[in-house]
Write a protein that binds this ligand. Structure first.
Ligand code: KG4
Ligand code: ZN
Length: 338
């Protein structure tokens, strides 16, 4: 049995978890900084670093305690080292390096998106390899072919804003707070998604699996300038229409990629995978096109360390090891299909 301690601090969640054999979660602790950043409408990097410094030791201690293990019972340490806010990444990374050094346990750096893709493998019925992955978070929007745990090829990605960013910036414009995805999701449930026609960008097949969401945000800005921010039913309609523009593009491009790649299994991960409309639309598309959809539970869509421990486990069993020279890398693209 291999027991891995995972640590995640790439953005605004400080997280630690203990996972056995990349499957069994013994503990999963997340300290969110949403309250720290809410008044700014987005993550303030310096405040994120400071909050990680305050939280990292208590969060790691809580993860070990809840798992009922001592640091000496850990067989390996996995830490997110890329991509993310560099000052935030460094906090988790230095903590992991220090613990690996004092315990003599193996250390492995994990790409944050490889972590998101590993989350669904903590569920009872994970997708087989190869499968298609749609990674949709606050910082990333990518369609990937997952050939194996450490063999991910990017088919397309956003050229500008990420899907989560579109949700968050939209919510900020509407004065709905940060992070806004979950608020838009909730308000949209009672709204009419056909009320306002927002643009669906880069849908033509010549754009392949790439995305663009910055025009949508601008379109919402123009709408708000012309009509103001509504309330009640009109606000619900606006949220539902805006959300539908994001969801429709994500689903259409995923369908096309699944068909082109000949893949019958599709996973959706990252914070936006918690979106109820996206989950429902993807499952409906899968039923029509004959692919099976796998989505982690909402708490494992947003940032957590159980997914990092799971991804780290798969690297450790392959023999991957990192030393004290392991660096934090703020922007680390996935390998792109040539
Ligand atoms: O994966 P994540 O926790 O952090 C990054 O790696 O970026 O994703 C956070 C993003 C935020 O943009 C947040 O608004 C979005 O996920 N999100 C949602 C929902 N829950 C979180 N977006 C839409 N609907 C949701 N229910
Ligand atoms: Zn993430």
């Amino acid at each position: 049995m291999m027991r891995v301690l995972g640590i995640e601090s790439s953005c605004d969640e400080t997280a630690a978890a203990v996972v056995e054999d990349g499957r069994t979660v013994r503990s999963d602790v997340v300290a969110s900084q949403h309250e720290v950043h809410a008044r700014y409408g987005g993550v303030v990097p310096e405040l994120a670093s400071r909050a990680h410094i305050r939280n990292v030791v208590p969060v790691v201690e809580a993860a070990l305690e809840r798992a009922g293990v001592a640091l000496g019972d850990i067989d390996g340490i996995a830490v997110t080292n890329a991509p993310g806010l560099v000052g935030a990444l460094l906090v988790g990374l230095q903590t992991a390096k220090a613990m690996a050094w004092v315990t003599g346990k193996p250390l492995v750096g994990v790409h944050h998106l490889e972590g998101h893709l590993a989350a669904v493998f903590l569920e009872a019925d994970p997708p087989p390899m190869p499968h298609l992955g749609l990674i949709v978070s606050g910082g990333h929007t990518s369609l990937v072919r997952v050939n194996g745990h450490a063999d991910v090829v990017e088919l397309g990605a956003t050229r500008d804003d990420a899907a989560g960013e579109a949700f968050d910036k939209g919510a900020k414009l509407l004065g709905l707070g940060y992070p806004g995805g979950v608020v838009i999701d909730r308000l949209a449930r009672s709204g009419d998604a056909t009320a306002i026609a927002f643009p669906r960008a880069m849908m033509a097949s010549e754009h392949g699996a790439d995305f663009s969401f910055s025009g949508l945000k601008t379109s919402l800005l123009h709408h708000v300038r012309a009509h103001g921010v509504p309330d009640g039913q009109a606000l619900a309609d606006l949220c539902a229409s805006y959300q539908a523009a994001i969801v429709e593009v994500l689903v259409r491009k995923t369908r096309r990629a699944a068909r082109r790649e000949g893949l019958g299994h599709v996973q959706v991960c990252g914070g936006v995978a918690a979106n109820s409309a996206l989950r429902a639309a993807m499952v409906a598309a899968g039923a029509e096109d004959d692919f099976r959809v796998y989505v982690p539970p909402p708490a494992r869509c947003t940032d957590n360390a159980a997914m990092i421990a799971a991804a780290g486990y798969h690297r450790l069993v392959r023999g991957d090891r990192d030393g004290p020279a392991l660096d934090a890398v703020p922007s680390a693209a996935l390998r792109r299909r040539a």
